[in-house]
Design a binder for this molecule. Structure first.
Ligand SMILES: [Zn+2]
Length: 190
C-alpha cells in the first residue's frame, strides 16, 4: 500500500499547466479536501465523490479502501491555483546527461556513460558558471580537445544551446524515466 501512495501524480494549475509532480498520498488529500479535481484519461474532471465511483481499469494503480478500491489519479487539477512555477530539477551530472540524451554536444557521439564528461562551455577558469546554460555533456576526446577554450576559439560548434529543463524533461527525471501516457498532453506544451 505504501508503494501505491508514492505513485507520482502530475499537478496542473487552473490553466492546465504543470506545476509539480506529487505523490498519490498528497493527491488524495488535495482531492478529498476539494482543492483539486482528478482528471481522467479523456480529460474530464472529477471531485472526490465522483472519482470514487469510477470503475478501476486494468492499467490503474489502486488503493484498497473500505468497501472497494480507489483509482490513483494520474493527473490532478488545482482549479483555483494560478501561479506557474518554473520547472525545478537539481543540477547534477546525471540530470545534465539526461537532458542531453547522453550525447556529446560537440561531436554527437553517444559513448558509454563512463566515457562522458560534463564540459563548461565557457571554461570554469575563465569565469564560466555552474549553470544549466553553461554545462553540456561531452565525450572525453572533445573535452580534451576543447581544453580551456570557448567553443568559438576551439572551432567546436554546440549541437544546441544548453538550457534549463522544462516540465517535460523535469517530469521524466522526477519519476525516473517512465512517464504516464495521461501526462503527455499536458507536458507537450511546456
Ligand atoms: Zn565528442
Amino acid at each position: 500500500m505504501n508503494d501505491v501512495l508514492a505513485t507520482p501524480v502530475l499537478v496542473l494549475n487552473r490553466y492546465f499547466q504543470p506545476v509539480q509532480v506529487t505523490t498519490a498520498k498528497r493527491a488524495f488529500c488535495l482531492l478529498f479536501g476539494g482543492t483539486a479535481h482528478a482528471i481522467d484519461e479523456g480529460g474530464d474532471a472529477y471531485d472526490f465523490d465522483l472519482w470514487r465511483s469510477l470503475p478501476v481499469r486494468d492499467a490503474d494503480d489502486v488503493l484498497p479502501i473500505v468497501g472497494g478500491t480507489l483509482r490513483v489519479p494520474r493527473v490532478l487539477h488545482l482549479h483555483r491555483y494560478e501561479r506557474t512555477p518554473r520547472a525545478s530539477v537539481r543540477l547534477t551530472r546525471r540530470n545534465l546527461m539526461l537532458r542531453d540524451a547522453h550525447q556529446c554536444q560537440y561531436c554527437g557521439k553517444q559513448p558509454p556513460v563512463r566515457d562522458l564528461n560534463i564540459d563548461h562551455v565557457v571554461p570554469k577558469c575563465r569565469g564560466g558558471p555552474d549553470t544549466w546554460e553553461n554545462l553540456v555533456t561531452s565525450c572525453r576526446p572533445c573535452n580534451l580537445r576543447k581544453g580551456r577554450k570557448t567553443p568559438e576559439e576551439a572551432s567546436m560548434l554546440l549541437a544546441r544551446r544548453p538550457y534549463r529543463p522544462k516540465w517535460s524533461l523535469t517530469a521524466q527525471i522526477l519519476v525516473g524515466g517512465g512517464k504516464f501516457a495521461e501526462w503527455e498532453p499536458f507536458l507537450k506544451a511546456s
